[in-house]
Ligand binder design. Structure first.
Ligand code: 3SL
Length: 235
């Protein structure tokens, strides 16, 4: 039976062997929620970039550019990291490609590329993620983006929610990380938004007046898109 494991931070990834496995990269607040939203809004493809300059250069190829550093939109870019950037209609996004760089999410993605398949997870597309992983029938590692190398609550709780959805067909009991994530999910499940209110990044977003982003990102199963890594981009 394939297993579910949770990597609490990209710093721990060297301890995980991703070859032959599926990696689910998650940065609930907000990179992977924004990526899911962007593709659902008609963005054609997303190029995750490590550096601001690399991201900016994609404008010459006709791409929209999205950049976040320390929670704020970086100067000179079309978009920041709010999912509402793809929804508010200020900038038409349908039919466009987007190059994106964020503090933790795009880094976690680049560090996960040794996996057989790399997909993007969020609460928004949890059902689509579970369905894809089930069909692969391979070990899965949830790669939590965390915050600057540290553990965070929201990505780990997502890992628990995914493990619960997979529990009938996957081993969710042989990793202490998965057991811990499942336990946190049980606490969070009755009222996810309320449970995550005290988390560090929610407090950070509140101070940036991005609390509507938080409420949006903790919705479950609202999107059926499944961003998947193919030839250097998410489609
Ligand atoms: O670090 C990241 O990748 C971002 O998701 C952080 S923020 O929510 O945009 O602040």
């Amino acid at each position: 039976m394939p297993s579910v494991d949770i990597c609490f931070s990209p710093e721990l990834l060297p301890l995980y062997r991703l070859e032959g496995k599926v990696a689910v990269v998650v940065d609930i607040l907000r990179a992977t929620s924004s990526i899911v939203t962007a593709l659902a809004a008609g963005v054609t493809d997303i190029v995750p970039c490590s550096e601001l300059d690399e991201c900016r250069a994609w404008a010459a190829a006709g791409y929209l550019t999205a950049a976040e550093r320390d929670g704020r939109q970086a100067e000179g870019f079309d978009l920041g990291n709010s999912p509402f950037g793809y929804l508010d209609g200020v900038l038409p996004v349908r039919g466009r490609g987007v190059a994106i760089t964020t503090t933790n999410g795009t880094r976690a993605l680049h560090l996960s590329l040794a996996a057989d398949a790399v997909i993007i997870g969020a609460f928004l597309n949890l059902a689509a993620v579970a369905e894809f992983v089930r069909a692969q029938n391979k070990d899965v590692v949830v790669v939590c983006a965390g915050w600057k190398g540290m553990f965070n609550l929201e990505d780990t709780v997502f890992g628990g929610a995914l493990a619960e959805r997979l529990a009938a067909d996957f081993d969710t009991a042989s990793s202490d990380a998965t057991l811990a994530a499942l336990h946190l999910w049980q606490q969070a499940k009755p009222d996810l938004a309320d449970y995550l209110l005290a988390s560090a990044h929610v407090r950070r977003l509140n101070s940036l007046e991005a609390n509507q982003d938080f409420e949006y990102c903790v919705q479950l199963d609202t999107h059926s898109v499944l961003p998947i890594w193919r030839e250097g981009r998410l489609v």
